[in-house]
Design a protein. Structure first.
Length: 276
């Protein structure tokens, strides 16, 4: 019988050991006996440990092995107690109602709308009653991987934030906000004949802010509030046309509005123009 030779680079294994039996697959009588002795000794240790299992000393209830009480209260880790604990957890999981989930893209779109309206993540979390970390996770994900699903309750809470909530939320004057609503307000005033210069004079802001908005760019909270003031003041009126210059400016404004498809209802069609 040709016995295998140990070729381990660091340790030289000898015949008559369990490692020679398992690692080098030597089945000679000496290695076989060493493996059998090890198995017998290990089984004896397990039986000794099983005989030393904790005993319940509770004054009212006597807990027995093979129950979850013995596993949880007495910290017994024997096989029957472990199986009892696993069975309990399986049954509990089966009875729990399944969590209702929603598409995360809808939540991200709603968060982007709210942020474009000038709200911070902390303000969104405060208004919808959801932790700011949940908002950040739905928007950014983790390690660059955005979630596919979010809790349906989170999406419902985000959608419950109304125009009134956004409009009444105090914002610093310099905060950047979405220019969609003030842009639509300017377009509605244009359809009545109000020129950009007349709107800027009523709003108390620079004429360049009006031109900037009409190119599709954003603005600040201060400019948005000024244009909102001018819109509410001018939307039910028509510009004076008692001079040739005034008539010319009003006609140019109405012509541009007609060419662009703007009307008096342009601002009213916006999502945030009517209170939810």
């Amino acid at each position: 019988m040709i016995l295998p030779i140990c070729d381990c680079p660091r340790t030289r294994h000898e015949h008559g050991t369990r490692i020679m039996y398992n690692k080098h697959l030597c089945k000679c009588p000496a290695c076989t006996k060493a493996n059998r002795d090890y198995t017998r000794e290990n089984n004896q240790k397990k039986r000794a440990a099983a005989s030393a299992l904790p005993v319940c000393a509770c004054p009212i209830a006597r807990h027995e092995h093979g129950t979850r009480d013995m596993y949880g209260y007495h910290k017994c880790r024997c096989t029957p107690c472990g199986e009892a604990n696993r069975d309990y957890n399986r049954r509990s999981s089966a009875l729990k109602p399944k969590r209702e989930m929603a598409d995360a893209n809808l939540a991200r779109a709603r968060i982007n709308v709210l942020r474009n309206a000038g709200m911070t993540t902390a303000e969104i979390a405060h208004l919808c009653g959801v932790h700011a970390k949940v908002i950040d996770f739905a928007r950014l994900g983790h390690n660059g991987r955005k979630p596919l699903k979010v809790k349906a309750s989170t999406l419902r809470a985000l959608e419950a934030i109304s125009y009134r909530d956004i409009a009444t939320l105090p914002k610093p004057a310099g905060r950047k906000v979405d220019g969609d609503l003030p842009r639509r307000q300017i377009q509605s005033l244009y359809s009545l004949g109000w020129s950009g210069r007349a709107i800027s004079e009523c709003a108390g802001t620079a004429h360049t802010n009006i031109s900037w908005l009409l190119t599709g760019r954003g603005t600040s909270e201060e400019v948005r509030a000024a244009i909102d003031y001018a819109y509410n003041k001018l939307r039910l009126t028509r510009p004076p046309e008692d001079t040739p210059v005034a008539r010319s400016q009003a006609n140019r404004a109405r012509s541009r509005a007609a060419a662009e498809g703007w009307s008096i209802d342009t601002a009213g069609d916006h999502e945030y123009a009517t209170a939810a």
